[in-house]
Design a protein around this ligand. Structure first.
Ligand SMILES: [Zn+2]
Length: 180
């Protein structure tokens, strides 16, 4: 947990993110900043599909891509769209603790059984489905994954500022992940 920077005052926001849409995200969500009005998006947020996560942000402030584990590797066209057409210059990548995309193999049987019982799949197809996709969607460690994704996106979109965050489901706050 010592890699997480808690943000409870404006001064906690790293200077490089202050007065940017990334700093604003922290102010809106963590510091209850009063909502401004927006005509267009200022930020792209990548975050997990997990139902325990909800951001406090103003209308029209951000594009949001939600994917398991905040894994944007398979959403690249949407990222490009937000950058190219939406003209956002900042990306906030938000992982979270207790993420279902960590250690998927541990839930293999639940996954397969769930598809059979809830969705009506044949067991064999459900097994193939898991075996095929689990390696693509497994993220390993949440914090390390977000840091690696941040690096990858910075290389892919060199003029875009990308910031790594972790959301803790216990307090619903955003934490900057220290890159030192
Ligand atoms: Zn998750």
């Amino acid at each position: 947990m010592n890699r997480l920077v808690s943000i409870s005052t404006e001064q906690d926001i790293l200077p490089e993110y202050r007065n940017t849409p990334i700093g604003l995200l922290l102010e809106y969500h963590n510091l209850n900043r009063q909502f401004a009005e927006y005509d267009s998006a200022e930020l792209l947020i990548g975050m997990c599909m997990d139902n325990r996560k909800q951001l406090r942000i103003p209308a029209k402030f951000a594009f949001v891509i939600r994917a398991g584990g905040a894994n944007l590797r398979y959403s690249e066209f949407q990222v490009s769209y937000a950058v190219a057409v939406g003209k956002v210059k900042h990306i906030a990548l938000i992982g979270h603790n207790n993420c279902g995309m960590v250690n998927l193999i541990e839930r293999k049987e639940i996954f397969i059984q769930g598809l059979v019982e809830t969705a009506g799949w044949e067991r064999e197809f459900a097994e193939q489905h898991f075996t095929h996709f689990a390696p693509m969607f497994e993220i390993g460690n949440e914090t390390d994954f977000i840091l690696n994704e941040t690096k990858r996106l910075r290389i892919r979109y060199p003029k875009i500022k990308v910031a790594p965050f972790k959301y803790l489901v216990e307090d619903n706050k955003l934490y900057l992940i220290s890159e030192d």
